[in-house]
Ligand binder design. Structure first.
Ligand code: HEC
Ligand code: HEC
Length: 492
């Protein structure tokens, strides 16, 4: 009797689920068709494979500490292939790390190395912002950085690029036209808190880049031979070139190719849009329907996180708790206003893409939230989230055990300021229950390219043993020869 009942129960449940599943599939299909949602983002630039010579040269450069002033930071220090293309800290730690070979949340600032008054950083971070992933960053087609300061020329509306090196917002003629990412790679090395350090003064950013060219040409092996020349000759396929091939222009070209090869967009969601109805589970499907469909007259997530890249590349003030040293007066971060000088843009930040977002915690421009749930919840109830926000920052790994009230005394006042400003301009109108947010978070987990969760798959973006030795790269592999602790979360 009981078995019969049980069987009947399971069957009824199955029928219900199937019916309900078909219904969600149908609704989603209609949305996909109506909103003409493409499976994957696309761009008019060639996407190189990881093993193309130029991308391989870029990989080595991405791990090279010789691009930094103190010889202790590389791009990979903050954008690690094993950490979803960033690190696990709210705010980035560049120069003066306790142990420069540690990445993820184990990377810590050594405050005793901070000297002089000109050190821009305060507290446990050297930079005022959270590291965005470099994965799939090719698909930003308007601007890079949280405030969009590397951007296409909006005044002329052409494909020339305006950068922080530009005079009076005119195009920067030292960068390749039409290539934002190329332009971006010129800047981390010129930022004192990020890679440059404060040891040597330079007249301007080009002075820094010239010094880097000279340094790269002078890195030698035990036999006194320059190590980078053969790598550049191979990467650029110019076997007879002399050392002038080691130029900052070529450094940027190679790093751009490497970043572009990290094209992680093959997600379960993309497969679902392409017709594989099994690619998502039931919760993810229900989450997707909520993500794309507004209730009543309100907005949906997709209003701003527009598929298939899940960003509209516009700027909004969500009144995110203002934590950290900021970039402006009294620890505030004015975001987009820094670029446009327009008051209406104060505290606005670029909508980030949500591809691979599951593995890029903490979230928001300053890493104010550790979990996806809290991040999404803040969008819906900013006032309540701020009211309940723990300004001792003990929910953030980076600040555990630290009294941040002395480091950043203006956090609450700045947050109030940002909230008032947001009220003036209108906060997003989103209406989702807690249960619905949980479903949406399940959907966000379907935006992960499975390659980035596999150490083996990611090994194509890691330098080889020989490269690390010959080119004197930072050995930031999972477990280095000295038996450094394994990083957690992504690979167990
Ligand atoms: C100390 C940590 C650190 C290092 C080292 C570093 N970055 Fe970044 N990177 C950041 C932070 C923080 C941002 C965001 C800054 C902002 O928006 O103001 C960023 C932004 C970016 C972006 C823009 C992504 C987007 O979504 O707009 C790219 C691309 C990038 N970095 C590539 C590089 C490259 C290439 C290097 C090496 C030459 C490098 N980074 C070195 C911390 C770092
Ligand atoms: C009005 C535009 C807008 C809407 C609507 C919107 N977002 Fe956002 N979202 C943003 C902006 C802007 C940020 C970055 C804000 C900041 O850092 O100050 C952001 C940040 C995020 C982040 C953090 C990503 C990261 O890499 O740090 C997640 C996750 C996110 N949004 C998910 C959602 C979800 C889910 C919804 C629907 C419930 C939603 N968003 C609705 C504009 C929007």
């Amino acid at each position: 009797m009981t078995t019969v009942l049980k069987r009947w129960g399971v069957c009824a449940l199955a029928v219900l689920l199937t019916a309900c599943g078909q219904d969600t599939d149908q609704r989603l299909q209609e949305t996909i068709e109506r909103q003409e949602i493409a499976a994957k983002p696309s761009v008019d630039l060639p996407i190189p494979a990881a093993d193309e010579p130029l991308a391989e040269l870029g990989r080595a450069l991405f791990f090279s500490p010789h691009l930094s002033g103190g010889g202790d930071v590389a791009c990979v220090s903050c954008h690690h292939p094993f950490r979803g293309g960033d690190e696990d800290l709210s705010l980035a730690v560049g120069i003066n790390a306790e142990d420069p070979l540690l990445f993820g949340h184990r990377r810590k600032l050594d405050e005793s190395k901070m000297v002089g008054d000109n050190m821009g950083h305060k507290g446990m971070a050297t930079m005022p912002r959270n590291v965005p992933t470099d994965f799939a960053s090719t698909y930003y087609q308007k601007a890079l950085f949280w405030d969009g300061r590397v951007r296409f020329d909006e005044v002329q509306g052409n494909s020339q690029v305006v950068t922080p090196d530009s005079l009076f917002d005119t195009p920067d003629h030292r960068v390749i036209e039409g290539d934002l990412l190329f332009a971006q790679t010129r800047f981390p090395v010129t930022n004192p808190d990020e890679m440059l350090g404060f040891e040597t003064p330079y007249a301007n950013t080009d002075g820094v880049r010239l010094a880097i060219e000279a340094r790269m040409r002078s890195v030698q092996n035990e036999a006194g031979e320059g190590v980078w020349l053969p790598a550049f000759q191979r990467g650029l396929q110019e076997p007879d070139a002399d050392e002038s091939i080691i130029s900052f222009f070529n450094i940027s070209k190679a790093i751009t190719a490497y970043i572009r090869s990290k094209d992680f967009i093959d997600t379960p969601w993309a497969r679902y849009v392409e017709g594989d109805k099994e690619a998502l589970n039931q919760r993810q499907k229900r989450g997707a329907a909520l993500f794309f469909q507004a209730k009543g007259d309100g907005q949906s997530c997709a209003s701003c996180h527009r598929p298939p890249f899940f960003s509209d590349e516009r700027y909004y003030n969500l009144a995110v708790p203002q934590i950290g040293p900021g970039m402006d007066k009294l620890d505030a971060d004015y975001g987009r206003k820094r670029v446009t000088r327009n008051n209406a843009d104060q505290f606005r930040f670029r909508t980030p893409s949500l591809l691979n977002v599951e593995h890029t915690a903490p979230y928001m421009h300053n890493g104010a939230y550790e979990t996806l749930f809290d991040t999404v919840w803040h969008h819906i109830h900013p006032e309540k989230s701020i009211e309940q926000y723990d300004f001792t920052l003990q929910h953030l790994l980076q600040f555990e055990g630290r009294d941040v009230s002395k480091d950043y005394p203006h956090m609450k006042a700045n947050t109030e300021f940002a909230l008032n400003k947001a009220r003036e301009n209108g906060l997003p109108e989103l209406d989702y229950t807690r249960e619905e947010v949980e479903l949406i978070v399940s959907f966000l987990e379907a935006l992960t390219d499975p390659c980035i969760e596999s150490e083996q798959c990611m090994s194509a973006w890691m330098p080889t043993d020989a490269e690390i030795k010959q080119l004197k790269l930072l050995d930031m592999r999972l477990s280095s020869p000295e038996g450094r602790p394994q990083s957690e979360r992504l690979f167990q």
